[in-house]
Structure formats: structure tokens, C-alpha cells
Design a protein around this ligand. Structure first.
Ligand SMILES: Nc1ncnc2c1ncn2[C@@H]1O[C@H](COP(=O)(O)OP(=O)(O)O)[C@@H](O)[C@H]1O
Ligand SMILES: [Mg+2]
Length: 263
């Protein structure tokens, strides 16, 4: 595929610390098309966050290269917005202040910022908490603040590291529905890392399954679900049920392997 928006070409990453050398990922070849929603699943420690960090240009691969829109990513990739596992909210700013940061950087007008803030706060269900500080929020509320801030930045590509993990089921479903809408309506490209196999199948156009560390791509599953899928009806869809079952079968042996490693 010559027209990938994001291309991982023979990517490997090794970390050298004084105590040990860790090979986090190796031999990752993956082309992601513009407008595609890719989900990544794999056992803890297999290098999922490391891949996102390289797509964001936060650090360089030790082998191979990451390309964005045809150019090698060698510095911070401004076309991407990133929700890291640790949400990195500014503790001295309240919810509204945190969400407004990207819009202030873009020098948008006060009234413009105010109306967009209202929209975003409503979207992530934080009405009434605009003046709360991060230390006063639950984990799920912090994640939602970080998501609203990402949407305020409105990047071409969204890098999302387990963004909905701390949310209760109902809220998670609402956020998933919103994310699909954003992805389809605005043709955003999204790399979405999750622990949750059901979520990976529900959201992904393709689902990339990683092996335990050093992480390599074990399998790429193309979703049989239509792009404009109805998440509320998914649990009744036979192709969804079959695919989540397949994914469990692929993942379960790797979990056993990781457990063995930990013992
Ligand atoms: N900045 C870093 N320095 C040293 N080791 C790291 C760093 N980032 C990640 N690692 C190591 O790389 C491996 C993969 O980590 P990570 O990408 O966070 O996995 P995952 O997100 O799949 O749980 C782990 O063994 C982790 O300890
Ligand atoms: Mg991680």
C-alpha cells in the first residue's frame, strides 16, 4: 500500500537502562490508511504504549522507521493528538482550564473557546464539574477531561492508550459511540489501544493482536462489521459474537504464556 497515512516499517524498540536491556517490540510492519480506526490488543508489557509513543514522535525506533504521510517521524508529530495512559492534566487548572489549553495555544477567540468548551463538556458528560480541579476528580472523570482536551485540539490523528479503561459500562458505551461518530464524520485516523477484546472488536476496522514481549504482530483481523455499526445492537450480531470468540482463542494462549513468565 503506497498511500498509508501511518506506516510502521520494520520497527523495533529496545530500551537500555543501567540494570537491563529490554526489547519492547520488534519487526512491526503495519500500514494504517487515512480514516481508519485500528485497535491494538495484547498482553501487558508487549509494547503497545511504546508503539504509540513512536507514532507521536516522542521517541525514535531502534530499528526500522515510522512514516507519517510519507515523511519519516523524527520529532514530535504535530498531526497527532495523544491520550496517554497517564492523562497528564495540569493540576493547577480546573476542568475547563485543562480542556481550553489547546484552543488557547491556537489563539482562538474567547467566545469561540467558551462555546466549544460548553459543547465538549456536554459531550463527555462533565457538566457541573467545569470548576473542579484534577485532584477532585475520579479516574474516569480525569480520562473524560483528557478526551475533551484531545477533541479541542482536533488533531488529524488520534492516538489513544486505553482511554476508557476507568469508565463504568454505560459511560464507556456512550464514549465509544461518540468516538465512532467522530471517526466517521470527521474522517479521523485513530490508533486505539485497549485491554478489552470486546471493545477492540466493537470499535476497530481492523484489530491488531500482539504477542507477549518482545511484541510482534501475531495477527491482523479485518472486521466483518459495517463501518456505520450500531454499538447498541452489537451483542446480538452473530459476526460480532464469532469474532470476539475467535479473538479470545487467539489471546488466551498468550495470556497463559505471560502468566508463566510472571511466576
Ligand atoms: N521509557 C522506557 N524506558 C525503559 N523501559 C521502557 C520504557 N517504556 C517502556 N519500557 C519497557 O518496554 C516494555 C513495553 O512497555 P509498554 O510499551 O508500556 O507496554 P504495554 O503498553 O503493552 O503494556 C516494558 O517492558 C516496559 O518496561
Ligand atoms: Mg501501555
Amino acid at each position: 500500500m503506497g498511500n498509508a497515512l501511518i506506516r510502521f516499517a520494520g520497527v523495533g524498540k529496545t530500551f537500555n537502562s543501567s540494570e537491563r536491556i529490554v526489547c519492547a517490540v520488534e519487526n512491526v510492519d503495519l500500514d494504517i490508511a487515512r480514516g481508519e480506526l485500528i485497535t491494538i490488543v495484547g498482553p501487558s508489557g508487549c509494547g503497545k504504549s511504546t508503539l504509540l509513543n513512536m507514532a507521536a514522535g516522542l521517541f525514535q525506533p531502534s530499528a526500522g522507521a515510522v512514516f507519517y504521510d510519507g515523511a519519516e517521524v523524527t520529532a514530535y508529530n504535530l498531526k497527532t493528538g495523544y491520550i496517554t495512559q497517564n492523562d497528564h492534566l495540569l493540576p493547577w487548572r480546573d476542568v475547563a482550564g485543562n480542556i481550553a489549553v489547546p484552543m488557547e495555544i491556537q489563539s482562538r477567540s474567547r467566545p469561540d473557546i467558551r462555546s466549544r468548551l460548553e459543547e465538549l463538556v456536554g459531550l463527555v458528560g462533565l457538566n457541573g464539574f467545569e470548576r473542579s480541579y484534577p485532584s477532585q476528580l475520579s479516574g474516569g472523570m480525569r480520562k473524560r477531561t483528557a478526551l475533551a482536551r484531545l477533541l479541542a485540539y482536533d488533531p488529524e490523528t488520534l492516538l489513544m492508550d486505553e482511554p476508557f479503561a476507568a469508565l463504568d459500562a454505560q459511560l464507556r458505551l456512550n464514549m465509544q459511540i461518540e468516538l465512532l461518530k467522530i471517526s466517521r464524520r470527521l474522517n479521523k485516523t485513530i490508533i486505539f489501544v485497549t485491554h478489552d477484546l470486546d471493545e477492540a472488536v466493537a470499535l476497530g476496522d481492523r484489530c491488531v493482536v500482539f504477542s507477549p514481549r518482545p511484541g510482534t504482530i501475531r495477527q491482523i483481523i479485518k472486521s466483518p462489521l459495517p463501518r456505520d455499526r450500531d454499538l447498541l445492537q452489537l451483542r446480538h450480531d452473530p459476526s460480532y459474537i464469532a469474532l470476539t470468540a475467535d479473538l479470545w482463542d487467539i489471546i488466551t494462549p498468550t495470556l497463559a504464556q505471560t502468566r508463566g513468565e510472571a511466576n
